[in-house]
Ligand binder design. Sequence first.
Ligand SMILES: *[C@@H]1O[C@H](CO)[C@@H](O)[C@H](O)[C@H]1NC(C)=O
Ligand SMILES: *[C@@H]1O[C@H](CO)[C@@H](O)[C@H](O)[C@H]1NC(C)=O
Ligand SMILES: *[C@@H]1O[C@H](CO)[C@@H](O)[C@H](O)[C@H]1NC(C)=O
Ligand SMILES: *[C@@H]1O[C@H](CO)[C@@H](O)[C@H](O)[C@H]1NC(C)=O
Length: 503
Amino acid sequence: MRLCGRVVACCISVLLVIICEVLLFHRHAGQEYMEKKDGTVYTHREQKMSGTASSENRAPLISRREKETEEHQQQRGHLRFDPKTCTVLPSAGVSTNGVKTPFKIYIYDLPKKFNQEILKIYEVWHARCYSFEFCGFGARLFNLESGVHVHDSHQFSLEVLVHHLLQLSPYRTLDPEQADLFYIPAYIGLQCLYASFDNVSATNKLINELFVYLQSQPYFASGKPHFSSLAKIEREMQSIGCCPYLLHPQSANITFLSIERETRYQSALNQRVITVPYPSYIHLDGSVTSRYQYLHSSSRNVFILLAAGTRRSNPYRSLILDQFREKTHLSYPEYTATNQRRSEFPMVMYITKECDHSAKYSTVRWMLQSVFCLQPPGDSPTRKSFYDALLTGCVPVLFPYSGQGPVWAFQDRLNFTKFTVTIPYKYMMYSKNNSVYQYLAELPVQHVESLQREVQRVAHWFQYSIPWGGADNAGGGDPVGEDSPRGGNIDEGGGSPWIHRKP
Ligand SMILES: *[C@@H]1O[C@H](CO)[C@@H](O)[C@H](O)[C@H]1NC(C)=O
Ligand SMILES: *[C@@H]1O[C@H](CO)[C@@H](O)[C@H](O)[C@H]1NC(C)=O
Ligand SMILES: *[C@@H]1O[C@H](CO)[C@@H](O)[C@H](O)[C@H]1NC(C)=O
Ligand SMILES: *[C@@H]1O[C@H](CO)[C@@H](O)[C@H](O)[C@H]1NC(C)=O
């Protein structure tokens, strides 16, 4: 597909890969398309997006080394905007119309009740838990190195994040007539999160109103490709008693981006659902070309880390929790200071709690010291922590239930066996004597090193790049310096990162 080939040639954002997948969904399998990676042009048969693991030849559509369009750079050069509030300053005069791109996306200007007013509720409702400033990236926490930013990104920020990233994208058009794709910036997941079971009728009403609005738009009714994002996992976005969004018949004509899709559940109405990464804490700045010193230089003296809450959401998780004798709330420097005679830590559980102020600062630092980061299933099979692990160079260890695999983001494009370890269910459950430690300690050193190298290579795939270059003004300035004061809003969700429970 030529469209995507050209995307590849010009862009660096993982978001564009995602959009490309949306486009591919709409242009169906079997077409030839061009793909450019590190300056080489490939042609190959397009595969169905729903397939399983991939080969290296079906490489990522977009390489980090590839450059932005000149137009985009020029545009950024002129962009004066306030990242904290995500508003373009009046003097900016930015127009994305007229910028030449291979395709255009039109973003609906929805009535505020579908997005802005929902966000307003979060300014009050558990405000310390949710930070959606900085275009959905969340409050700035600190930098790991120049161009590598740690934000207070909430696991459920996808709707806000994708909306703003598209708004800032040169692929946006303000003219629907020019558009190849239409984006629906509704924050239904966030609505469901706060209304939850208490007021599903309010949620239902909002969903119905959304489709009445869309039906009144000529482009939706005429079947143009539409896409949108789901803040919560797919399973929870199609529940009658809480969030019946994907049960609405007209949702069948929308392609959704979702942080989790499970193969054992079919989408309610057979919707097209594309798995995308949970927003990790870590974000690279869009102009980075050769950084990631932090991934390479870190000396890792924690062999196995489990960063999670203590909630025993299922027996499998309990079994894994019980194998940890060292459990701590302390940050890595605090913990090592109290254990000064030790230079190595075979297994540490760093206990996180929802809305805990310290976890958002400490989780990343613990992971940077660790070789393996365990990702046991909880209420659902996947966790934000998986993406945090990759972005900190810690090899994720998966514990799939047999026959219940989730679909991973980009699993058709990257070979997951090269950068993750899967411990079979049978191994763990067969004998209480079998331990995670034993399994991982028996892996050959060369294999572990190869896993680590591959994690370092693919990590940038699993983050949402900061489009304004990390500086206060997109037009220039240095990235923010390191600051890591205590206090702030959110943590990664700990034991129950998928289902919101009221504190
Ligand atoms: C993925 O990588 C593994 C390990 O290197 C290899 O055995 C397997 O064949 C690869 N899978 C595909 C589909 O290329
Ligand atoms: C539920 O939402 C509706 C519509 O927003 C509102 O009028 C009603 O007061 C809410 N009910 C409760 C119990 O919060
Ligand atoms: C989906 O779009 C097609 C036109 O492409 C239309 O015929 C159909 O009614 C739409 N379905 C829904 C549920 O809106
Ligand atoms: C587990 O280990 C204990 C003590 O080493 C041993 O007595 C027992 O036979 C082992 N059980 C299995 C199933 O291997």
